[in-house]
Design a protein around this ligand. Structure first.
Ligand code: URA
Length: 187
């Protein structure tokens, strides 16, 4: 599938019940040829209204975090595990994640990133390990099919508990280091 078809089909998706309560499908945003892809959990209220990922308070913090390591949305691609807002921002249910995963897999195939960063436990449990413990395993690299993957605290978790921010900063520095190593490899 190409980007145009993928976006059109995803915009019409009715594979799970979240389609009944959504305002907009929140497809993804950023550089479609990025080396680094961020995967969040699912749209919140602002994202549902605007149709764009990470544009609420957590998104503002994500932008601030990215700027600490000289990244912005023009250099990365951002998508969510589920493309439609779960009511009252509850965690997405297993069948919702399963129904939505083919869209994300197709986005990953098209972007073909060298590095994937899972934002929070929900994405990490799907992409790293079903028993992933974010407080223990954040910042640890793993590799799958030649793609480096790590999870960081979700910015919403950092808003709730700012004491975790120094750990998030360490993880950002690890990401920055991996990006510069990747650039050297590509020379
Ligand atoms: N939280 C997420 O996981 N994704 C968004 O797009 C917004 C908030």
């Amino acid at each position: 599938m190409d980007w145009t078809t993928l976006k059109e089909e995803c915009a019409r998706c009715s594979r799970c019940a979240l389609c009944e309560t959504r305002t907009n499908v929140v497809f993804g945003v950023g550089n479609e040829n990025a080396d680094v892809m961020f995967i969040g959990e699912g749209p919140g209220e602002t994202e549902d209204l605007k149709g764009e990922p990470f544009v609420g308070r957590a998104g503002k913090l994500l932008d601030d975090m990215l700027s600490l390591i000289e990244l912005d949305r023009s250099k990365i691609y951002i998508a969510n595990m589920v493309k439609c807002r779960p009511p009252k921002n509850r965690d997405p249910l297993e069948p919702e994640k399963e129904a939505c995963l083919p869209w994300l897999r197709e986005q990953i195939r098209l972007v073909s990133p060298k590095i994937i960063v899972c934002l929070g436990r929900i994405a990490a449990m799907s992409f790293i390990s079903p028993t992933f413990k974010i407080s223990v395993e954040h910042g640890q690299w793993t590799e799958r099919d030649g793609v480096k993957i790590m999870a960081m605290y979700h910015p919403a978790a950092l808003l709730r508990d700012p004491r975790r921010r120094p750990e998030a900063f360490e993880d950002l520095k690890k990401l920055q280091e991996a990006i510069s190593l990747n650039l050297q490899d590509n020379k």
